[in-house]
Ligand binder design. Structure first.
Ligand code: AKG
Length: 201
């Protein structure tokens, strides 16, 4: 089940966040992955991640996806502030955030499901967007590939500046999502996905 809200985006609520304020040059501290941590494995081949990524969260957690294991950096005030606003609005708590920064419409994220074992099973993923409006697509797991078992329509949402999308269970058990290339989009966008990760055993 999905819910799309307009996130209160005043400076008071969003800590003045914009793609610039979450960019590496602004000095407000989001450190994006570089080197080996900015590469992903897809069908056994390594590629540069077509966007910038960073993870922040509680101490001791790790999150593995696309062949990468990321240990979050300690929370910084701007992300804590937004996390707490999202918690206040939704009633859910989060211990981890994945930050994705798309410099323009050529940066993207391919179809995936966020179905990693470290994610707390009954916890939603809260996705907050800042900057350029981008299409966000959901494709049902049975409607993928050349000979799909079903032909369900792709669900397209527009994630505008200040939107909060709640991906509630069991959405990601059945639907893949992606942020496709949109070459006409010239402006940057930052997306924060707040998650609850299970502590390591
Ligand atoms: O940038 C977005 O809106 C999507 C990010 C995403 O799919 C993810 O973090 O799993």
């Amino acid at each position: 089940m999905l819910f799309l809200f307009s996130f209160p985006c005043s400076p008071e609520y969003s800590a003045g966040v914009s793609p610039a304020s979450l960019g590496p040059r602004a000095g407000t501290a989001v450190f994006f992955c570089t080197g080996a941590l900015a590469r992903v494995q897809v069908f056994g081949k390594w590629h540069s991640v077509p966007r910038k990524q960073a993870t922040y969260g509680d101490a001791g957690l790790t999150y593995t996806f696309s062949g990468l294991t990321l240990s979050p950096k300690p929370w910084i005030p701007v992300l804590e502030c937004i996390r707490d606003r999202v918690s206040g609005l939704t009633g859910h708590t989060f211990n981890f955030v994945l930050v994705n920064r798309y410099k323009d419409g050529c940066d993207h994220i391919g179809e995936h499901r966020d179905d990693e074992r470290e994610l707390a099973p009954r916890s939603p993923i809260a996705s907050v967007s800042f900057g350029a409006c981008r299409d966000f697509c959901f494709r049902h797991k049975d409607s993928r590939g050349k000979n799909p078992r079903q032909k369900l329509e792709v669900v397209r949402l527009q994630l505008a500046h200040g939107s909060l999308l709640m991906m509630n269970p069991p959405t990601n058990a059945h639907w893949y999502h992606s942020l496709p290339v949109r070459k006409k989009v010239l402006a940057p966008r930052v997306n924060l996905t707040f998650r609850k990760i299970l502590p390591k055993k």
